[in-house]
Design a protein around this ligand. Structure first.
Ligand code: PLP
Length: 390
């Protein structure tokens, strides 16, 4: 290992930014006597609505919960086909499947791994009901092209914006160009509430239906029904779930949201540095940035380990780990996961770009608390790992 010295501590691929202000708010929440859905959750929803510009926000236990009740509220029925990308977290596809829907995959573009809208038309059938685009890695999807197809065919669009807090498309926050969108606040995302997510919509009736689905099917949702002046009587209007968002989560979320632009700006600085340094490592190809007008938050720094590296992705990951660098895989193409490969074998081999990328992609460490030196170290570790040969 000439010229390279291994750092003493492990650099994880992601780490949440939790400061004293979040800790104090959590403690204050614990001491307030109200820890589940209450005044802080309500405040968080208002602030998230103000930040994104979408009038109706439902904070939830996770983005997966949002995909579940979102698809239900959009009326997904068994046998309905939903178009999405294979390069997403399994939750996107699992929720289609859980409701008896049929996932239909559209291959991604080789350079930025976003769903390729040129293939949308070929994926349509008489059973197609909607499209779930995924704003992958913090970039925005090409919503104009997607909406054009959706409008022409009368399909809904439900945006998976799990990576998208802060992402803008043509100046507008992503999430709800059409009917519905969902965000995630899982610890690796742009901002975190531990676990958590949010649905956004402009449709008031849809929002009302979703609120009932979120919490036991209750029509009126006064969190303070046990408080003085509240009424303990409730009415169940449908068989709902229990996907509500706790004040303990909101305690984190309020301060995370207030800083998310700062977090994203820091991600962009670090990602730019990676771009500059990796330009001299031709075997490792970073994601391209889409050319259309959008604001990319650089949520993930995904690279592809090209054939010219002479080693496969898993060897690359093992060598980085041996040099105290953590990585992630975002994502293994969902149609190659055992459940989907067995149930829908027709997709195997039919999505060549996704399958190629699925074998070669890997996420390098990127989080706001990282230093420039950490980025320099990762790139030095990559060069050293490649020098090791086959
Ligand atoms: C993280 C993620 C989800 C699920 O989010 P949770 O809040 O963990 O349920 C869905 N889709 C994508 C693309 C994700 O990355």
């Amino acid at each position: 290992m000439q010229g390279f010295s291994k750092r003493a501590d492990f650099l994880p691929f992601s780490r949440p930014t939790i400061r004293q202000v979040e800790i104090d708010e959590v403690v204050a929440t614990l001491q307030s006597g109200w820890i589940t859905t209450g005044p802080r959750a309500e405040r968080f929803e208002k602030e998230f609505a103000a930040y994104t510009g979408f009038p109706h926000v439902l904070a939830l236990s996770s983005a997966t919960a949002g995909l579940h009740i979102g698809l239900l509220a959009l009326g997904l029925r068994p046998g309905d086909e939903v178009i999405t990308t294979p390069i997403t977290w399994a939750a996107t596809v699992n929720m289609i499947e859980a409701l008896g829907g049929v996932p239909v995959f559209v291959d991604v573009r080789r350079d930025d791994l976003q769903m390729d809208p040129r293939h949308l038309a070929a994926a349509l059938t008489p059973r197609t009901v909607g499209i779930i685009p995924v704003h992958y890695a913090g970039a925005a999807c090409n919503m104009d092209l997607i909406s054009k197809v959706a409008c022409a065919k009368g399909l809904w669009v439900f945006e998976d914006a799990a990576h998208g807090v802060g992402t803008r498309y043509k100046g507008r926050h992503v999430g709800c160009d059409d009917r519905l969108g969902v965000f995630s606040f899982h610890p690796i995302k742009n901002m975190t509430t531990g676990e958590g997510g949010a649905l956004v919509t402009r449709d008031e009736d849809l929002a009302r239906h979703l609120r009932a689905l979120r919490f036991h099917g209750l029509e009126k949702q006064a969190w303070n029904r046990y408080a003085e002046g509240g009424t303990p009587q409730v009415e169940v209007i449908l068989p709902g779930f229990k996907y509500n968002f706790m004040d303990l989560q909101a305690a984190l979320g309020i301060h995370q949201l207030a800083s998310v632009d700062e977090f994203n700006a820091r991600r962009r600085e670090l990602a730019d540095l990676y771009d500059r340094l990796l330009a001299e490592v031709p075997e490792i190809e970073p994601l391209a940035l889409p050319a259309y007008d959008h604001f990319h938050t650089r949520h993930l720094y995904v690279v592809k380990v090209l054939e010219s590296a002479g080693i496969d992705r898993d060897t690359f990951i093992a060598r980085l780990r041996a040099r105290n660098v953590g990585t992630g895989i975002h994502f293994r193409a969902v149609h190659t996961q055992p459940y989907y490969a067995q149930k829908y074998p027709r997709w195997l081999g039919a999505l060549p770009v996704s399958e190629w990328a699925s074998e070669r992609l890997c996420s390098l460490p990127l989080f706001p608390l990282m230093s420039e030196d950490d980025v320099q170290y990762v790139v030095a570790a990559i060069r050293d790992a490649l020098r090791e040969g086959k």
